[in-house]
Each structure stands twice: as structure tokens, then as C-alpha cells.
Design a protein around this ligand. Sequence first.
Ligand SMILES: [Zn+2]
Length: 523
Amino acid sequence: MASLNAGHPESPAEGSRRGREGERAEARGAEHDRPPGAGFGDPEARNISCGAPAHRSGNAAQGAETAVAVQQAAGSDPYFPEHGDARYRVHRYELALDYRPGPNRLAGSARINAIAGRSPLAEFFLNLSDFKIGRVRVDGRQPHYTHRGGRLRIRPAKPVRPGAAFTVEVHWSGNPKPVGSPWGGLGWEELEDGALVASQPIGAPSWYPCNDRPADKASYQISVTTPSAYAVVAGGRLLTRTTRASTTTWVYEQAAPTSSYLVGLAIGKYQTVLLGDPGPGGVPQHGHIPAHLLPEFSRDFARQPQMMDLFQELFGPYPFDEYAVVVTDEELDVPVEAQGLSLFGANHVDGARGSERLVAHELAHQWFGNSVSIADWRHIWLNEGFAKYAEWLWSERSGGRGAQQLAAAAHRLLSSLPQDLRLSDPGRKSMFDDRLYERGGLVLHAVRCVLGDEAFFRMLRGWAGLHRGGAVTTTTFTAHVNRYADEPLDALFEAWIHGTRLPPLPTRLPARPTHPPTNAESA
Ligand SMILES: [Zn+2]
């Protein structure tokens, strides 16, 4: 998402995305000990069995990197230990929902295909808010279950064997409401006329049962039945739309591995427009907008197809089948990314491209955050620093201020603020701190200054390609960058990522010669 913090001239006010600032609690950074992991830890191994692109190099450095990833991703999330169960993983969710906007009534059923971890699975949990639970089945048999504190604990009639596939079926109903958090309500939000789901980081259980950890990525089929006056937008490909009597059922398929928090949904009265002409092999880009905002939208998002072209050039192929943006008829504090989808508020369109940097920011998350995901929330700077740097790259390449100028502005801002934030582990309280975004962008600028443009963009494309559909850590990143550097950049990483004091502003050097210097040149 775009930064939540106040204090930056371009940032929206602090608070929940709909401005319920009173709900913001002064939660301290989480200091929970992680329980020992007993299940799936290795994001790369997981991807292979998920059917995502598998990448293996025989490189010893990568082996070490993977081992670190295993260790870091095992167990509960250090910032949200109540979310996600590492003893199993999900590879597909099939959700069938019936939603009535007036009474805000949701009835759902989920069919969840999962695989047990390395130990027999006598018990596991799904995260799900306070709904009335109907049927629960594990492989067709009735399990014992309890549902409290946002967790549906399930004890199958017979433990699931290590590594075995199993299917969980859950039916639930009730009035969905956002999950409370230090950042206000997250997840399912009832609007004046419709609903919106934006879950980062822990809002997904507000509407469906899930293994709510970012590294547990799965494919999704989502079917939503709602009164025919409403449009339903979800990330992914619209398979069918069927109208029966007064309701319409919309079925979406998202085949790419998707984190639970990135499953987005919008239900409302939207007009759909195609942005640009994707042409053969191009990425279809749709906008879903309240009709009265169409004039502003068509100006503000006019350059998004050019952004898509630029980012494909710089980061590699767009990782999903299509891209949609929704503008709600209400204000949102910040736009939010979802898989193949971004959600903006009415306040983000003004007909003067006033929020264009956020259009770039959310689009860049499709590569960084959505396709290349974080193994746990400590690594969020990998999402936000990359999206911030993409803003600067878009500015640089579209006639605005260059990355060096924007880096200098970010550096000035940071030097006026407390220097007590550690990118590699900011703490739960500071995970959406504006300083994390700016400093994250500066890390990439510092790396670019050392590597030079040719190696830097090769490194970026390598990162997006190698870890497409996967999950990564800060250690994965530093090991990756070092493969493109003449000498290990450990001192740079230590200062920028692991330290708290602000290092000096990195400066771009003139482009290096593309051929070895001759004797005459070096003389
Ligand atoms: Zn963001």
C-alpha cells in the first residue's frame, strides 16, 4: 500500500484507510518469541509443488540463502503470531460467497486444498473472524472444532499424514466487519453502497477462512452472488457472469500463487473501461469507476499503459494475466494493492494527475510484493522500498524529477526525522512508517549507484524473474544483489538495511564504459 504516515508532504493522513483515526492504538512493536516451526518453511520448495515457476541454480550461495529463508519463514509470523499456521500449506481456495449489500449479509462456503507439513497433523487452524459456522469437514468427515479469538481450530477425525493432501470445507455466515488493528479496520468494509476488501496485512479473515500468512500462497477461484445492480471486481480473470432472477453470480479465477492478504474484492456500482489498447500479447488493463468520476479518471490514469510498458522493460514481464484498478465512490486514506488489482479512493482522482505517483506505486507492487512476496512481515521494506523506487523511476522516465533528485529529497526528509528505524526488522508498530518507504527507496538507489544502470536493472529483472510467485527475505535480497556486484556490498547493506543511522546520500556516477579500457584510454 502507499505510506500511511503523516509527516510527509505527499502522504495522506495517518489512520485507517477510511480515516478512523480514533481507532489507532499505540501498539508497541511485537516482541513475541516465535514458536519452533514444524511445517513448511522453504518458500522456494513450496513454490515448486505449487506449480509456480521453479528456479534452481547450483550456486552454493543460493543454497545458503535458501537455508536462511527456511529458518526465517518457519513458525508463526513474528509480528502477527495469531495469524497463519506453518504446520500445513494451502495450494487452492475455492470460495463461493453470497453477499447482500443492504443488510451487509455474507454467507460463504470454502473448499480448501492443503498439504500437511513434515509432522502428522492432529490439529491445525484457519484464521476466520466472528461468523456463525455451519458445516466443517476434513476430507468429507466431521472434525472436532472450536472457533474463538479469530481462529477456527480443527482436529480431524484422524490425523493427516505428513506430506499428505487434504481438503477442508467450511461454511460460514454473518455480518462481515473489518478486523481491528493498530492501523484501524482492515479487510471487509461495508461502503455506503457496496463493499470493499483491502486486507494488508491481517484483514483477510474478515471474510474468508484462510491460512493467513504472506508466504502461504495459493490459487483462488472466487464466486460472488449479489444483486444484479452491483458489479463485482476481483483480481484475476472473470470466467463467467450469470444472471438469475434478481441476482448475478461472478466467477473469477486467479491462477497465480496469491497471499491471503492480497485477495481483493470490490462490490459496487461501477462502470468498466479499458485503458489503452493492449494489442496482441499485451496486458489488458481495466478501470472500474463510479460513472461521475470517469472524466477525472480518464485523465489521471491515462499514462498507466505507458507505466506498464516501462515497468515491463525495467522489471520484466508483468506477472499476472491482467490488471484492474477500482476507484471507490468514497475516500480512502491510501490506495491499496491486491493481486492483479489496485484499489483507489475517490480522493485519488482529481483530473490533474495529482496522485500519479501512487498509480505507479500500486502498479509496481504487482511485481514487488504480489509476485515476489515476503516470507513474513519483518521484510515489508522489500515491498515498499521497491514500490517507492518505482515511483522515482516513473518520474525520471516520464519527464519529471530524476531519481537522484528524489533520492536527495528523501534523504533530506529522513535526516530531519528520528534515526531509530531498522529496515530489516522495523517492528510491527513501524512497518508502515513513512521512513521505511523512503529509506527502502534509498537502498535501491544506493545499489544502483554502485552497480551502474546496466547491472542494476539486470539485477532487478533477475529478482522479479527468479522469485516470481515465490517468497523472499532480506537475506535473499542481499545475496541476490551481491551476485551482480564486483565486490560484496555487505558494508552498504549493514549501514542501510541493518543499521539505524542515516548513511550519506548515495550519488550516481557517470555510466561506466561498456568495453574494457584500452591502454590509450587508461594512460
Ligand atoms: Zn505500497
